[in-house]
Write a protein that binds this ligand. Structure first.
Ligand code: NAI
Ligand code: MG
Length: 368
């Protein structure tokens, strides 16, 4: 029987509460469908700091590196505000991203029909929306050197960040975008600012060359990133896959996310390079939201972002497309049935708990 290894890092705050609902789905799929998931669990963030003085232990780091995929909840909270910088909860996530070399961040923006009226945009603009932002995650202006504040000696200081991209970094993120597009509507829009940035000129050249060499079957367009931001809110359905750099991707993915709904709904995936021997990519799946200390421990967090992250895991790490689609359909079904956690409620409805929402999604999945 196939075994599929998952390393679970629930983390802090609502992380363990939402991960518990994914665990129900995993148990169901193992028991009823012979899915063969083998899970192990570790500590990350503040809870790891409390246990062994660092945001993730070397032992757990090794397990994350060895697993087929990592499911990550959330980290942080006021309890750890005064922890030394190197050990702060976020350091656990940053180390995972760095050591696993997760250079491709995937953020889908999907409109669930039942929530179309909760958007700040008109229903016809977002109904049926299904786009994917592919953001470069390990390069660009967040990491480029020099990165410093210098004293100019005349009462002035200078803050410097440096946007740097090498050919291979652009090639590999473009490759991810084109390959994903082939599994969707076969369209990629690349966004940069070639009109004012040298790195944008190179980005445009390399994406164009990668397309011509390996992905000519995919429709490729280019857009300046600021115009892209406008088009995302004007008519987002014109896009399928958007590929862009770390900085523009940070902003554009937040814009795209908010077209459709609450933080409690939004999944993400972060992928590394394929292993030359097996072709498998290291991968980490996590909701976009944080540990939500204001509602932690109350059993009212929305588990959909975590469950949808697991669906992405099935799709991208295990090619379990049918199961991923069924989970997403189960989420749509319970929303159609009127189930809402507090964060996505309209006026007057009674909110369900985290566990009630999770149980309903497992039941809808089992029936679907
Ligand atoms: P947050 O995402 O934790 O919460 C923002 C607001 O959205 C809160 O009102 C929260 O109750 C609500 N919310 C978030 N997820 C929800 C869910 N699943 N269901 C219902 N409501 C939800 O962001 P915030 O408050 O800025 O940060 C809280 C802590 O989380 C901080 O320590 C921060 O550093 C950390 N954080 C961690 C992240 C991660 O682990 N990847 C990402 C963002 C923040
Ligand atoms: Mg952001």
């Amino acid at each position: 029987m196939t075994t599929r290894s998952l390393f679970l890092l629930p983390g802090d705050g609502i992380g363990p509460e939402t991960m518990a609902e994914v665990a129900k789905l995993i148990d169901h799929m193992n028991a009823k469908e012979g899915a063969g998931f083998v899970t192990d669990q570790g500590l990350v963030g503040g809870s790891a700091y409390d246990a062994h003085g660092e945001a993730i232990s070397d032992a757990d780091m090794d397990k994350a590196m060895a697993a087929d995929a990592v499911l990550f909840g959330a980290v942080g909270g006021p309890k750890w505000d005064d922890v030394p910088y190197e050990q702060r909860p976020e350091a656990g996530l940053l180390r995972l991203r760095k050591d696993m070399a997760l250079f491709a961040n995937l953020r889908p923006a999907i409109c669930y029909p039942a929530l179309a009226d909760a958007s700040s945009l008109k229903r016809d603009v977002i109904e049926g929306l299904d786009i994917l932002i592919v953001r470069e995650l390990t390069g660009g202006v967040y990491f480029g050197e020099p990165k410093e504040i210098t004293d100019l000696g005349n009462g002035q200081k200078r803050g410097v960040d440096t946007q740097v991209y090498d050919t291979f970094e652009i090639e590999r993120i473009a490759g991810v975008a084109f390959e994903l597009a082939r599994t969707r509507s076969n369209k990629v829009c690349s966004m940069e600012k070639r009109n004012v940035m040298k790195s944008g000129v190179l980005w445009n050249e390399v994406v164009t060359a990668t397309h011509a060499a390996h992905y000519a079957d995919v429709e490729l367009t280019h857009m300046l990133a600021d115009a892209g931001g406008m088009q995302l809110v004007r008519w987002p359905k014109q896009f399928d896959v958007i590929v862009t750099d770390n900085l523009f991707g940070d902003m554009l993915s937040d814009v795209a996310a908010m077209l459709t709904g609450s933080l409690g709904m939004l999944p993400s995936a972060s992928l590394g390079a394929p292993d030359p021997a097996t072709g498998k990519r290291k991968a980490l799946y996590e909701p976009v939201h944080g540990s939500a200390p204001d509602i932690a421990g109350k059993g009212i967090a929305n588990p959909i972002a975590m469950i949808a992250s697991f669906a992405m895991c099935l799709r991208y790490s295990f090619a379990m497309i049918d199961e991923a689609v069924r989970i997403e359909a189960a989420v749509a079904k319970v929303l159609d049935d009127g189930l809402r956690t507090g964060d996505i409620m309209g006026d007057g409805a009674r909110p369900v708990s985290t566990a009630e929402m999770g149980d309903a999604i497992v039941a809808a999945y089992a029936a679907g």
